[in-house]
Design a protein around this ligand. Structure first.
Ligand code: B16
Ligand code: MG
Length: 218
């Protein structure tokens, strides 16, 4: 009998590219604080929690503020970010993902979301994917950020699967590390050198062809 497997997907950088919206909102925040925030800086925030992202940003600008002000800025940034998210549609689903989800459905393979984003359910709803996932684990459910394996271990638990039978799709180094720490197979999306710890690496999601899918599941 074929081994039962499940998939766990990261959201930003795998299902949709919300990094560009995070960037716009963080950059405006930096501008209001009087320093420049570049796309290169934004790379440092991928897969990182909202609170940690603000700390990194303030560090870049060498700005020190009170705890109260930090909370205020987090709300401000998220409000602007949600303005972009609310305009998202199914057209923003990254190439290859619809095909992959269809392949999973037709092979009766369950899949969950494992994201650091507290906005994950809203984003999935906006792009019409919310009801496709058997389980959702997001930034509201975890106490330890990636590379801690918590988010994926909760995902496996919710799917009622053993970690070693789960395949994680991730674009961030910390996410690949989290998948490995959870004893899961990892598929990195992005630069092969950066994601060298992943079991497989694809340049982008369009390389997730039916042929590659069949290779992975067999
Ligand atoms: P939020 P992922 C992550 O999503 C993003 O990559 C990261 O840039 C963001 O700071 C984090 O979610 C928290 O997002 O502010 O919406 O809670 O890649 O883990 O799906
Ligand atoms: Mg990501």
């Amino acid at each position: 009998m074929k081994k039962e497997i499940a998939f766990i997907f990261d959201l930003d950088g795998v299902i949709v590219d919300t990094a560009k919206y995070h960037f716009l909102a963080w950059r405006n925040l930096a501008t209001s604080l009087g320093f420049e925030f570049t796309e290169e800086h934004n790379e440092l925030l991928k897969g990182v929690s909202r609170v940690r992202s603000l700390e990194i940003l303030l560090n870049i600008g060498k700005v020190t503020i009170s705890e109260e002000k930090k909370q205020e800025l987090l709300v401000l940034k998220n409000t602007e970010y949600l303005g972009y998210v609310n305009k998202m549609t199914a057209e923003e689903i990254l190439p290859g993902i619809n095909n992959l989800l269809n392949n999973l459905d037709s092979n009766n393979i369950k899949y969950a979301l494992g994201s650091a984003s507290k906005n994950a359910p809203l984003i999935l709803e906006k792009v019409g994917l919310l009801n496709r996932f058997a389980a959702i684990v997001d930034g509201n459910d975890v106490s330890k950020a990636k590379p801690d394996p918590e988010v994926f271990l909760i995902g496996a638990q919710k799917l009622n699967m053993k970690p070693e039978n789960c395949i994680v799709v991730e674009d961030a180094i910390a996410g690949v590390e989290a998948a490995n720490a959870a004893n899961m197979v990892s598929i990195g999306i992005g630069d092969a050198q950066l994601l060298s710890e992943a079991t497989y690496v694809l340049k982008d999601t369009s390389e997730f062809t039916t042929e590659f899918f069949m290779k992975i599941i067999n």
